[in-house]
Design a protein. Structure first.
Length: 380
């Protein structure tokens, strides 16, 4: 089957959707399907010649409400669509919805529902008719968790064509034998030899790092919270730490290179995902921490799949979003109870080896794609 992945961005551009898109490419390739990728061009640099599938990056001439605008993207999609049997569209991507409404392709359409459009009322209102058409037109809708399909604003249009296909972590991601001892020592030195609560992500409001900073008040004196990542809130979060007098409890590590992340996961005692809105729908980073056998503390965001990934009492602890005392108490509980932390960490390892393994994801994706009848394309 020839499959065109229609996305917004693609690695090395960072992000959960970007990682998920690559995983779909790799999994479908392992299943014997032919893939190509159409996406927008970010800042780069890119070495797409080293990719195992063709990656076509269209330049954008503007970005409005996080949506790149690109005439090249529209023209390339119109040109490419007739050459593929399946268009695997990663949502939300309003420009793709508009383009497909204009093109009316004969190919089967698979929607990968990473998230509804969150906030951005003007954009939602503008593209809603096109998105609704695309949902009706879709032959298959994939959600990384059941919550993605059941709690979506478009759930009524998914009935009978939804399939759950989670994300995964590669075997060997958490391999102590591949750790750089000097890198691990450097992380522990940066934490001042204290026990480590690690958080990772872009410094943007929905990640809830301001709540984690406040929650650090409840950490024991021999523990420190380290937040890795860059973003527009870096200055504001630094001021919050200083104003609250929490410089001894919270460190902003800045953007951590990918090759250094294993040392941080290995060194930490607890991983924290304090996100506060449905803009956080899965949290692949939770799987990375679980692969290292680390207990996770995350939040029960209404309509989000985050708590379906980190299961209360099985792989970690789950608290209400935005509740700093509850977050601090959960972190302190795991730091104080080594047996509980070890049991939850082992539960995370087991989850990654089972339901979040490449083999399990391939089985789920293969079963979903088997529902497509490529001999009978339809239009609406």
């Amino acid at each position: 089957m020839r499959v065109l992945q229609v996305g917004k961005f693609y690695p090395p551009d960072a992000g959960g959707v970007e990682t998920g898109t690559r995983q779909m490419v790799e999994t479908l390739t392992r299943l014997g399907h032919e893939n190509a990728v159409l996406c927008f061009a970010g800042a780069g640099p890119y070495d797409d010649g080293a990719e195992t599938v063709p990656v076509l990056r269209a330049a954008a001439w503007a970005t409005i409400a996080s949506q790149p605008l690109s005439t090249e993207y529209l023209l390339r999609l119109a040109d490419l669509a007739p050459r593929f049997e399946v268009l695997h569209v990663h949502c939300p991507n309003p420009l793709a919805a508009v383009a497909l409404w204009l093109i009316r392709p004969q190919a089967k359409i698979v929607l990968h529902w990473h998230s509804d459009i969150i906030g951005k009322k003007a954009l939602r209102a503008l593209v809603s008719p096109f998105e609704a058409w695309l949902c009706r037109r879709a032959d298959l809708v994939i959600g990384p968790t059941a919550v993605h399909l059941q709690a979506s604003n478009r759930a009524a249009l998914f009935v009978g064509k939804g399939a759950v296909v989670p994300f995964y972590v590669e075997p060997g991601t958490a391999d102590p034998d591949r750790l750089d001892p000097a890198g691990l020592a450097a992380v522990r030195a940066r934490a001042g030899g204290r026990r480590l609560v690690f958080a990772l992500g872009r410094l943007v409001p929905y990640k809830g790092f301001a709540v984690l900073i406040e929650a650090a008040r409840w950490l024991p004196d021999d523990a420190v919270a380290v937040i890795g990542g860059g973003g527009p809130l870096a200055g504001e979060l630094a001021r919050q730490i200083q104003t609250a007098g929490l410089g001894h409890k919270v460190l902003l590590a800045g953007r951590i290179p990918d090759n250094e992340l294993p040392a941080w996961f290995a060194a930490c005692d607890v991983f924290c995902l304090p996100s506060v809105t449905r803009a956080e729908m899965f949290g692949i980073v939770q799987l990375e921490a679980m692969a290292w056998g680390k207990p996770v503390v995350s939040t029960a965001i209404a309509g989000s799949g985050v708590a379906a990934v980190n299961r209360q009492g099985e792989t970690g602890l789950v608290v209400a979003p935005g509740d700093a005392p509850a977050l601090g108490d959960a972190l302190a509980t795991l730091l104080a109870d080594e047996a509980l932390a070890a049991r939850l960490g082992q539960g995370g390892r087991q989850a990654v080896a089972a339901r979040y393994s490449p083999a399990a994801v391939a089985d789920a994706l293969g079963a979903a794609y088997a529902r497509l009848d490529i001999c009978a394309p339809r239009t609406l």
